[in-house]
Design a protein around this ligand. Sequence first.
Ligand code: SF4
Ligand code: SF4
Length: 174
Amino acid sequence: MSLVHRQRAKDKWYLPGIFSGMGLTFRKMVKNLFNREQMPTLNYPEQKFDYSPRFKGNHVLTVKKDGSLRCTACMLCATNCPAECIRITAAEHEDPTVEKYPIAYEIDILRCVFCGFCEEACPVDAIRMGPEWQTPGVNGSEFVYDIRHLAFRPQLKGGIVSVVDEQERHKAGI
Ligand code: SF4
Ligand code: SF4
């Protein structure tokens, strides 16, 4: 019987493959039990992976010192977004020195590819991508992040102040 025919005859029987797979799983389980520190997996959520500070995770809309949004609704981020997942509605501001601001800013995080183009395109450090990577939700609407989530979710502890705002204040000596 040729090698090919012998191989085909062996493949007709599932039990050797099943026992071989179970043996491999058992060997790995015993190895992991006695070398827990070398396990390649983490016990999430008790243990979390430490990503680099440069990791591009969930978006943050920064704020000015007074707590208002830094975003000027210039649309550069939405225009540069390859996934077309940013939707901004601009409005006139009461303050005549501020041309416009976003009354709505939404990111559909399920369509986002986390490329970072929005962050790169923004001229005033109004949008950043931070270290958070968890995107939990139980229905579709919870994956559309609005201003409340992007700028004022509890993890941000009142909001992240824009660097541009800080620099302008420093130049003005305020
Ligand atoms: S990270 Fe990329 S895909 Fe996601 S919102 Fe920004 S530009 Fe769009
Ligand atoms: S986040 Fe930046 S780029 Fe996007 S609309 Fe606001 S100011 Fe413009």
